[in-house]
Design a protein around this ligand. Structure first.
Ligand SMILES: [Cu+2]
Length: 94
């Protein structure tokens, strides 16, 4: 899944992911630095991407259980300005 950061939006390449391992790629198409946080709604571990400068790309391997997740940019004020998105993780069919 790819997450595109701009001022001030986060756009996910897909709204739903199968559970298990996935690579989440943060791409900064903005003019300012941005980062990325991912956490299951209601709590749990927070996955953190480092601050990406404009044009930056950072991949991270995550392992997600079924549920709802929130993604946001943690730089000051950015979440309130709209850099927040939700993701649904559904049980992978075997
Ligand atoms: Cu940001």
């Amino acid at each position: 899944m790819q997450v595109v950061a701009r001022e001030f939006t986060l756009t996910l390449s897909r709204a739903t992911l199968p559970s298990g391992r996935a690579i989440v790629e943060l791409v900064n198409f903005g003019e300012d630095a941005h980062d990325l946080r991912l956490q299951q709604s209601g709590g749990g571990a927070v996955y953190a991407w480092a601050t990406d400068q404009p044009g930056g790309v950072e991949d991270k391997l995550v392992k997600l259980a079924p549920g709802r997740y929130v993604l946001w940019c943690s730089l000051a004020g950015h979440r309130a300005l709209g850099m927040v998105a939700t993701l649904r993780v559904v049980r992978r069919r075997s």
